[in-house]
Design a protein around this ligand. Sequence first.
Ligand SMILES: Cc1ncc(COP(=O)(O)O)c(C=O)c1O
Length: 379
Amino acid sequence: MKFGTKAIHAGVEPDPTTGAIMTPIYQTSTYVQESPGKHKGYEYSRTHNPTRTALQKALAALENGKHGICYASGLAATDAVLKLFRPGDEIIATNDLYGGTYRIMKKIFEPFGLVFHFVDMSDLANVKASLTDKTRMIWVETPTNPLLKIIDIEAITALSREKGIMSVVDNTFASPYLQNPLDLGADIVMHSVTKYLGGHSDTVMGALVLNDDDWAAQLAFIQNASGAVPGPQDCFLVLRGLKTLHIRMQRHCENASKVATWLSEHPKVGKVYYPGLATHPGHKLAARQMRGFGGMVSFELKGDVYEEAVKVMESLHVFSLGESLGGVESLCTHPASMTHASIPKEERAKAGLKDTLIRLSVGIEDLEDLIDDLKQAIG
Ligand SMILES: Cc1ncc(COP(=O)(O)O)c(C=O)c1O
């Protein structure tokens, strides 16, 4: 089945009792049993819920994986993966990554004894240099947030397989429409479903997709035992969002590509970060690894004056200033004070993240309105 057909049909079947074409919101905490232990596969909604089951199957299908497991947020999904490890285990992670991922690693799991190395993965030599006999997992985010670096998933997964190490890819920025890490050798794909998968800025959710039965059983155990599960109404909203994922992504890519080109030609704009630009260092790799360049664009103004960057962000109207990304509406974010504030300034600087960087989540509005908005804000 092709992607668009899967986005609409995978995981969902007419409701067995009524034939309803849309999976109902099973807003129930428990399920009546005929006799102790005799039930229809559902006992308690933390463990299983039919609306969640449909969504998990749909997400697994979109990532070409066997098991889909949903969590209450993207970070809850990350938390579940990190709980697979034990004190002394070492993890190598991308240095330019979502601030909350850095925070959960450093502030929650490091005190429990996990050891993290944050490296620039655009050069595989940096990953190799951090390997030890205690390395258990490589955490990749690509395209990276917010600098949109492209990391070679196949090169990383080849290395992790050779060393017997798990590889996990945060595929939030690309979405499964543009990139399928499992097909490139990754063991687990992680998503902040909150973003492109939900697509409408109305839910917070996370998901993992993988093929390995044992790890899937452990992660489903953590899902139930730790209890960070999404509610059925949120699962319904994401099931609805998924049906237009392919169409939305096409428009996100089209708009972002034109916005990036426009910005790169603007006399007041300095560096533009968008993997679709031929000048982007990861452009060729992105063209090989992804089926499009995505809807995220970051940029800096010439001169790097903080107040000028703030003025642009305050002046935008069609782009709303706020955290998050991947919704149909355009958003503008200031990573240094918002999404990446939890990363210390020195670490941000090491990764190349300036306080003047502006990140755009380019929505699916009419392009002319987006450009007009940028034009009046930048001047
Ligand atoms: C790339 C990336 N990964 C993970 C997360 C965390 O997801 P959530 O906010 O759903 O917990 C985010 C959130 O912004 C993100 O951008």
